[in-house]
Design a protein. Structure first.
Length: 247
């Protein structure tokens, strides 16, 4: 029979074993936590490096920020520091890439112009008749204005901010805005030549007035009704050859 002393030794041994097991378990848990933390930290660093690799370059970020800010809030009201913060780009990068804010504005308008032409081609190239390709200008405006929150033509808005350019760089901004209009007018004139057999700059000008008025009306009323009206007027004008024309 076990004596009280034997029972005490047995209990003490069991307690010691249990304590040792707990200590060993704690060490294992601590090592596991450290390994997990190390792996997590490594994964986070790898993710950050991957994110930096996949991140657009400074030029793309500057143009993206400029486009977002200029189209939603205007050009003159937005300072360089605001663009730099939004793009997460150093001031030195802006000056090395563009030279000035005005040059960034020109690049922004040129990129908008290129995008507009691509969007028009995507819509018009599926159409065979020249008059239907002309109507694609109005269809594109009707499609995009709700997406643009009825802000009107970004090119008209930019030109209106520089009504009387005071410097060469401001003149370049206005010229970049007007280049979109020249391209639209020239493209319409080419399609009118295809439609009627001769060029009519006067008719192209009338169509541009319809489109300008429709965009401004949509901006004021915040709906596409003015643009749809302009589209209807353009279709009527295209049904019959003009009475006079310019070669």
């Amino acid at each position: 029979m076990a004596t009280a002393e034997d029972k005490s030794r047995t209990a003490g041994s069991a307690a010691s074993t249990d304590s040792s097991a707990k200590a060993d378990g704690a060490k294992v848990a601590k090592k596991t936590v450290k390994k997990t933390a190390k792996k997590t930290g490594k994964a986070t660093k790898q993710t950050a490096r991957s994110s930096r690799r996949n991140r657009p370059g400074p030029r793309q970020r500057l143009l993206a920020s400029a486009t977002n800010l200029f189209t939603t809030q205007g050009i003159r009201v937005i300072g360089i520091d605001r663009i730099l913060r939004d793009a997460d780009v150093a001031k030195a990068s802006l000056y090395s890439l563009f030279g000035s804010k005005d040059n960034l504005v020109v690049a922004y308008l040129q990129e908008l112009d290129q995008k507009w032409r691509e969007d028009w081609h995507a819509l018009a190239d599926e159409r065979e008749k020249p008059e239907d390709r002309i109507i694609a200008f109005f269809d594109l405006c009707i499609q995009q204005e709700p997406e643009n929150n009825f802000r009107g033509s970004h090119f008209q808005n930019a030109a209106s901010e520089y009504p009387r350019p005071e410097t060469d760089s401001e003149q370049r901004i206005r010229d970049a805005a007007m280049e979109y209009r020249r391209w639209c007018r020239d493209t319409m004139a080419e399609l009118l030549t295809e439609r009627f057999g001769y060029a009519s700059q006067t008719l192209a000008d009338q169509l541009m007035v319809f489109m300008d008025g429709g965009l401004n009306g949509a901006k004021m009323s915040r709906n596409t009704v003015p643009l749809e009206t302009a589209r209807g007027l353009a279709k009527q004008l295209l049904l019959t050859a003009p009475m006079s024309y310019n070669i």
